[in-house]
Design a binder for this molecule. Structure first.
Ligand SMILES: Nc1ncnc2c1ncn2[C@@H]1O[C@H](COP(=O)(O)OP(=O)(O)O)[C@@H](O)[C@H]1O
Ligand SMILES: [Mg+2]
Length: 246
């Protein structure tokens, strides 16, 4: 097996008192989609934010074989680690085009324009809204813009924090279809965080289940693809409230 793109070694995040991420160790391959699943408060966002350098953490983050643990956010971003926050954190007062520009701030004009074209092809919904304030977009369009903005920098690893949050099921399916298309075409790696198993399970080829800051379970592609495998994982790790959708 080739060297992993991302490796976490004993990653620990604390805000004051006890850790909310406890010694997380995992590795993911380049060009793959992996998921970090778990209930609200499990420590999923803290893990993603620590990978991006947005939270200080103990332990090591290795990216493409390099220890980036001590690098600031901007350096990790330039290396290709791009965090797309939950809650569609776009800048509401800026236009769609200006939001995209922010994502491609560090790249030259020609590359930026080429990438914007690519983003708009993936997300035609926002292509004719370029001059509209981003705050006027629908929830699904804002999520597309947030992902599109992440793509503008030419990432190698997209960290997607609950892309389905607050979206109606049909839109979740649409956003996930686009993520799949982007991932295939761009040969990107993505680490998805989700509370809901269904969408993530269809795209990811590997998943870890997180509870109270610990990795408590791991699913391979086969377990993720089978309805029984998903239901077993949900029963075991997430409680009976979630049902595995077909
Ligand atoms: N900035 C913060 N300061 C203090 N506690 C936080 C902060 N962010 C998250 N937490 C706490 O850390 C725990 C894990 O949060 P989080 O990583 O956001 O979980 P998840 O994304 O799985 O819902 C929760 O108990 C949450 O309340
Ligand atoms: Mg979260």
């Amino acid at each position: 097996m080739s060297e992993p793109l991302l490796q976490l070694e004993d990653l620990t995040v604390r805000y004051g008192a006890g850790p909310v991420v406890h010694g997380v160790t995992l590795a993911m391959q380049d060009g793959s989609v992996a998921a970090l699943l778990g209930a609200n408060g499990a420590g999923k966002s803290s893990t993603l934010r620590a990978i991006a350098g947005l939270e200080s953490a103990e332990g090591r983050v290795l990216f493409d074989g390099q220890d980036v643990s001590r690098l600031p956010v901007a350096a990790r971003f330039k290396a290709g680690i791009v965090y797309v926050p939950e809650g569609r954190a776009i800048v509401a007062d800026l236009t769609v085009a200006e939001n995209l520009l922010l994502g491609g701030y560090f790249v030259d004009a020609a590359t930026r324009s080429r990438r914007q074209q690519m983003v708009l092809e993936f997300f035609p919904e926002i292509a004719n809204r370029l001059r509209a304030p981003a705050g006027l977009l629908s929830g699904g369009e804002q999520q597309m813009l947030a992902i599109g903005r992440g793509l503008m920098s030419g990432p190698r690893l997209l960290l997607l924090d609950e892309p389905s949050l607050g979206l109606a099921p049909l839109l979740v399916a649409r956003v996930y279809e686009r993520i799949a298309a982007i991932q295939q075409e761009q040969q990107l790696a993505a680490l998805l965080v989700e509370q809901s198993f269904h969408a993530a399970a269809k795209l990811a080829t590997h998943a870890w289940v997180m509870r109270h800051g610990h990795i408590v379970g791991e699913l391979d592609a086969q377990a993720l693809r089978s309805r029984e495998g998903r239901q077993q994982a949900i029963d075991a790790y997430l409680g009976a409230r979630q049902e595995a959708a077909a």
